[in-house]
Design a binder for this molecule. Structure first.
Ligand code: M6R
Length: 605
């Protein structure tokens, strides 16, 4: 889950490589580097840390040349040091890699017996050794690449420069995405359409196993057997402009505030406000579906948990849900009539993609609920269910999450109608309630000052617990994930009833507990769980609505969210949990948009 870019250009490439790497930084920011084919051959510059560290090195020692490759890294094998930064160079070969070479230890041992010396701890350097050895054995560049790929196990997208080939760039993909960009007398390779967005909107996605040779005007593409193939060239709308923060301090702050719009846009794809009817994409007939299997990771998984409540309660459709990294290992029996639905902001998450492919291999109909509509999942699933959150830059997912929840709510209503559990009157009522959610999300922003004022105290905590019941238990998990990933405070989310089965042992005066409890049928029971915590001295922050606030005991902090129907409570109550995490992270001076050790898009298993 690194980002790669390659340019075979007509003008100097250094600045363009950097521009592209900035767009790819969401894939990792442990180190960055570029290699440029200049008048004296290939030269490289690498730096540990973010791209600005590389920029500052380049400002002192710029690299001249019109053909080059670049990389931004999320460390897998070896720490985030300069020695482990890409491009890796061995003999005539300089290359950048996204993915993991699973048999690298075996290859490394074999190469070492032949005298190879390794400068890094990475799996990537092994590829450069194998390719260079193939070139030294006399193979032509493309044959050497094919011979190298045949030896690799694992996932990769590669861009390669070869000394002595000053207008050639090689690329390959297996498991990790790679696009070819077609410019005007220039050609590009990139991890995604965003990478090449400033230079061209004409791109071809390489298929699994493809490899490619580009020069200034052409791309020769081959499949895994080495046969020439053509891949469709599409015009994509990936904007040339970088998304800006505007007046916000962080992308996360902006993206929290984008939510009325992102949910509104998403809902307009699934609901007709005039007729009050839910709209389904072609090919999706819930009347023929007897079971839903949801597969996702992280925040998208928590959206799926909320989806399960909705599909089961509104549409009476049985739902199984799995974290993608475990899903295929449990080898679930496949029931006829199952719709497999993957949920992913990026549409590239390796485990979720593997889950999608597993479902396809079992003959299931597949749907991808994705925010990146040109992503691998969108291209491989039978049915695309788009969210319209727009680009989400902050590593902590916010507007993508609520857009997923909004789409799932609309789909659950549609499923209820198709399965005969939602009458036309109920459909009208439910869609009206759902269409109100953007306004209610906006209203929740009024909680901002109160939330900000709680941050200094909460920021001192070492551990924080979240709990709720029903769909709010999924929000408890999401709240805890948000807090830990951006503020580095240990946090756990629980279904409220589970506390007494173990976690309550953690409660003391220094362990804040966030209770998410809108008024309604589950409120009283959640209040009982809250009392159990209070009895043990745990400081409480209760997030509820006005009616809940009136019943809150004295001595606790209460945040009042806008009154809303239970259908849209997961959307409305997302705002305070996101803001709470955000302001605590700001209070701690953390790097909110690019928290340590994380990357926006996780393209390794
Ligand atoms: O792109 P995806 O939605 O597939 O990503 C899944 C997770 O990696 C992602 O939601 C992650 O948990 C976020 N950092 C959470 O804020």
């Amino acid at each position: 889950m690194c980002g790669i870019i390659g340019i075979v250009g007509r003008s100097p490439v250094q600045d363009r490589l950097i521009e592209s790497l900035k767009r790819l930084e969401y894939r990792g920011y442990d180190s960055a580097g570029i290699a440029v084919y200049g008048p004296n051959g290939v030269a490289r510059c690498r730096a540990s840390g973010k791209i600005r560290a590389l920029e500052s090195k380049l400002s002192e020692h710029p690299l001249e040349g019109t053909i080059g490759i670049g990389h931004t890294r999320w460390a897998t094998h070896g720490g985030p040091t300069e020695a482990n930064a890409h491009p890796h160079r061995v003999g005539r070969v300089s290359l950048v890699h996204n993915g993991i070479i699973e048999n690298y230890a075996e290859l490394k041992a074999e190469l070492a017996t032949k005298g190879a010396i390794f400068e890094s701890e990475t799996d990537t350097e092994v590829i450069a050794h194998v390719l260079n050895a193939a070139l030294e054995a006399g193979l032509a560049p493309l044959d050497a690449l094919k011979a190298t790929l045949d030896k690799l196990t694992g996932a990769f997208a590669l861009a390669v420069l070869i000394e002595g080939e000053d207008s050639l760039m090689l690329g390959a993909r297996r498991g990790s995405p790679l696009v070819v960009g077609y410019g005007d007398g220039e050609m590009f390779l990139g991890s995604d359409a965003l990478a090449v967005g400033p230079f061209t909107s004409k791109i071809a996605y390489l298929d699994e196993g493809d490899f490619v040779a580009i020069d200034h005007t052409t791309a020769r593409i081959f499949n895994s057997e080495g046969h020439p193939v053509t891949r469709q060239i599409r015009i994509v709308a990936a904007s040339a402009a970088l998304v800006e923060k505007g007046n916000y301090r962080h992308f996360m702050e902006k993206e929290i505030h984008d939510q009325p719009e992102s949910c509104g846009h998403t809902l307009s794809a699934y609901l007709n406000p005039v007729t009050g009817k839910a709209i389904l994409p072609p090919g999706l007939d819930f009347a023929k579906i007897t079971r839903l299997q949801i597969v996702a990771c992280g925040t998208a998984y928590y959206a799926g948990l909320i989806g399960r409540y909705l599909f089961e309660s509104i549409a009476r459709l049985p739902v199984d849900i799995d974290v993608a990294s475990e899903f295929r290992y449990r080898e679930p029996p496949v029931t006829p009539g199952t719709l497999a639905m993957v949920i992913s902001q990026s549409g590239e998450t390796a485990d979720t993609l593997a889950g999608l492919r597993w479902c396809k291999s079992q003959g299931m109909v597949t749907a991808a609920l994705v925010n990146v509509h040109e992503s691998t999942m969108a291209r491989e699933a039978d049915i695309v269910l788009p969210t319209h959150a727009g680009p989400e830059i902050g590593v902590a997912s916010t507007k993508a999450f609520t857009s997923q929840v909004a789409a799932l709510t609309a789909l659950a209503i549609a499923a209820g109608v198709a399965r005969g559990h939602v009458s036309p009157d109920d459909e009208l009522h439910l869609t009206r309630v759902l269409l109100e959610s953007p306004r209610l999300i906006s209203a929740a922003f009024q909680m901002e000052d109160a939330i900000r004022s709680l941050a200094p105290e909460l920021a001192k905590a070492r551990d924080v617990l979240y709990f709720g019941r029903g769909s709010m238990s999924a929000l408890a998990l999401e709240g805890a994930l948000k807090l830990k990933e951006i503020s580095y405070i240990h946090a756990e989310g629980y279904a409220a009833g589970e506390l007494k089965h173990g976690p309550i042992a953690l409660i003391d005066e220094s362990t804040p507990v966030i209770v998410i409890a809108p008024s309604g049928p589950l409120f009283e029971k959640t209040m009982s769980n809250m009392s159990e915590v209070m009895a043990r001295g745990g400081p409480i922050i209760l997030i509820t609505d006005a009616a809940g606030g009136r019943q809150a005991p004295a001595g606790i902090k209460v945040l009042i969210a806008p009154d809303c129907d239970a259908l849209v409570a997961p959307l409305v109550f997302s705002v305070p949990i996101q803001m709470l995490a955000y302001y605590v992270a700001v209070q701690k001076g953390a790097d909110v948009d690019q928290p340590r050790n994380l990357a926006k898009s996780v393209t390794v298993e």
